[in-house]
Write a protein that binds this ligand. Structure first.
Ligand code: S3P
Length: 173
């Protein structure tokens, strides 16, 4: 894995439900901090050479989650990164353990309606909320995941621009 990161810089990890803005905000934040930006979904796609939707369809969610464990372990050994995680990655305590030692975790929060509007366009990344009744599915998954998401520092994205959120995160570091 390329390693041009600075060893004295703790990572910043952005988690949260699908379509809460982790990638957009992470990219901007990394630029501000002079850190490298990585997105665990992109790493998974590059590693397998398939979209997330195809990985889920052809190899199954269990294989995808195993890949996430591998990726989290590798990123946990690096520094100077802003890491946008897939929304399910930190539901596995092993991945929290891999990442939290070298970094600070923030959870981006958005309403189900905002998530629905943002996520409806992209079927390649979010197979878990495709199909009929996506809003109901979003609400069910959110409820299932609520306790874990709440265990991280929450950053509400409602009514804020990406630049507002970057400023807010910088103040929290
Ligand atoms: C998932 C979120 C997705 C992707 C996969 C599973 C989840 O990433 O990792 O579809 O379980 O929440 P985003 O959070 O970037 O949409």
């Amino acid at each position: 894995m390329p390693g041009n990161e600075d060893r004295t810089k703790p990572n910043v990890i952005l988690t949260g439900f699908m379509a809460t803005g982790k990638t957009t905000i992470g990219r901007l934040l990394a630029r501000q901090l002079g850190y490298e930006f990585v997105d665990t979904d992109h790493l998974a796609e590059d590693r397998i050479g398939q979209s997330i939707a195809d990985i889920f369809r052809e190899k199954g969610e269990t294989a995808f989650r195993a890949l996430e464990v591998e990726i989290a372990r590798e990123l946990g050994g690096r520094q100077g990164l802003v890491i946008a995680t897939g929304g399910g990655l930190l539901l596995n305590p092993a991945n929290v353990a891999s990442l939290e030692e070298q970094g600070q975790i923030f959870c981006l929060v958005a309403t189900p309606q905002t998530i629905l509007e943002r996520a409806s366009g992209d079927a390649t990344v979010r197979p878990l909320i495709q199909g009929p009744g996506p809003k109901k599915r979003i609400m069910e998954l959110m409820k299932e995941r609520e306790a874990v998401y709440r265990s991280f520092t929450q950053v509400d994205t409602s009514g804020k621009t990406p630049h507002d959120l970057v400023r807010e995160l910088l103040a929290l570091l």
